[in-house]
Design a protein around this ligand. Structure first.
Ligand SMILES: NC(=O)CC[C@H](N)C(=O)O
Length: 369
């Protein structure tokens, strides 16, 4: 297969590795934390997921761009959130009758810089061995030494609070026209994906979405039946404001459900700390064991931090409900003294398999009870 020819581009890693490829998207320079996603579909959902804010994504599936972009429907937030993209074969043309435009056009409009023609298999093996690191991509500066100096300015993800940058700045409300509204859910938006709010609304939850730094008093003033703590970017340990809000929510004894960053915040509010993983989990086929049913779920994942497993046993009011079968990391917890639970993975699975969507039903059931 021939690769579309463009101008040259460079990818420079924090450890000094330099890789040569071709430009895609906007001509320019972009730096961030380099992460790999192993999903074979769903690139548009990935690029618009606010949890990827500040990150450069390697798509390990070898063909990217070939089904184009569908505006609106397949976007997980208003616009692209990733910093940059790395792939092997990049297709400027697409074949899908529902597509509105090409990925190249989409990235150009969103000012996203990318690189293709990279041996992503070799690159991922390198990162997998050395661990997560920052990188810089450029199609404007082709001097590795200059790029390394620029790379030094890219902030470390450790200690970074990003939710307040990507969350809604105004509250908004969302329900479903097809399902009778049975419950009011206050959504704390730490960088929420659209499909999560939609999954709640589809089950009769009338949602009000609040900015990340909303005080508990303001959430409570709306008198919700339950609280949802969303996914989002950055380091959970850098978000004491959200931990404080969740502690106050727990005191109300109303149902609380957290996904990904929301799971990490519930853990912190329960006295369990988080850590940065050697490499995160990002893909659509991570096996997770549900310890209550004994069944394995194939899950969609996107996280770089995790909850410390060895600290959970010191907390009698926290039970582990889900475990990752690849590396035994904690995938879900439940408070034994409160109607509160959370998962590290993505039950909305947009993209991904729908094995775990029952968790939204469990949350609705908690509110019904
Ligand atoms: N998807 C998420 O909510 C990600 C949570 C957090 N930013 C992490 O990387 O672990």
């Amino acid at each position: 297969m021939t690769r579309p020819q463009h101008s040259d581009a460079l990818l420079v890693l924090q450890d000094g590795t330099v890789l040569h490829g071709y430009a895609l998207g906007k001509i320019g320079t972009a730096g961030g934390e380099i992460c790999f996603n192993t999903g074979m579909t769903g690139y548009q959902e990935i690029y618009t997921d606010p949890s990827y804010f500040g990150q450069v994504i390697i798509n390990t599936t070898s063909h990217i761009g070939n089904y184009g972009i569908q505006l609106g429907l397949e976007e997980e937030s208003a616009g692209v959130k990733i910093r940059g993209m790395v792939c092997n074969f990049f297709s400027q043309t697409y074949s899908r009758h529902l597509a509105d435009e090409s990925l190249q056009q989409y990235f150009e409009q969103a000012n996203i810089v990318g690189i293709h023609g990279i041996d992503t298999r070799q690159l991922v093996r390198h990162i997998r061995d050395k661990g997560v690191m920052n990188c810089i991509i450029s199609s404007a500066i082709l001097d590795p030494a200059v790029l390394l100096a620029e790379l030094a300015k890219v902030p470390d993800m450790n200690g970074l609070e990003l939710s307040s940058e990507v969350c809604t700045q105004e509250t908004y409300e969302l329900g479903s026209v097809d399902v009778p509204e049975r419950f009011k859910v206050a959504v704390l938006d730490l960088g929420v994906k659209k499909s999560i709010v939609q999954n709640l609304a589809n089950r009769g939850a009338y949602c009000k979405v609040f900015p990340a730094k909303t005080s508990f008093a303001e959430l409570q003033a709306w008198n919700p039946d339950g609280y949802f703590i969303s996914n989002g970017p950055g380091d959970p340990a850098a978000m004491p404001y959200a931990v404080e809000t969740v502690k106050q929510v727990l005191d109300t004894n109303k149902p609380l459900f957290g996904i990904c960053l929301g799971h990490q915040i519930l853990s912190l509010a329960s006295g369990i700390s988080t850590y940065k993983m050697h490499n995160g989990h990002r893909g659509l086929n991570h096996p997770v064991k549900n310890l209550i049913t004994g069944l394995c779920e194939v899950t969609s994942q996107n996280h770089g931090f995790a909850v410390k497993a060895d600290e959970v046993q010191d907390h009698a009011n926290v039970a582990v409900t889900h475990v990752n079968l690849n590396d035994k990391t904690i995938e879900g917890i439940r408070r034994t003294d409160k109607p509160a639970f959370s998962v590290q993975y993505h039950p909305e699975a947009s993209p991904g398999p729908h094995d775990s969507r029952y968790l939204f039903d469990d949350f609705v059931q908690l509110m019904a009870d």
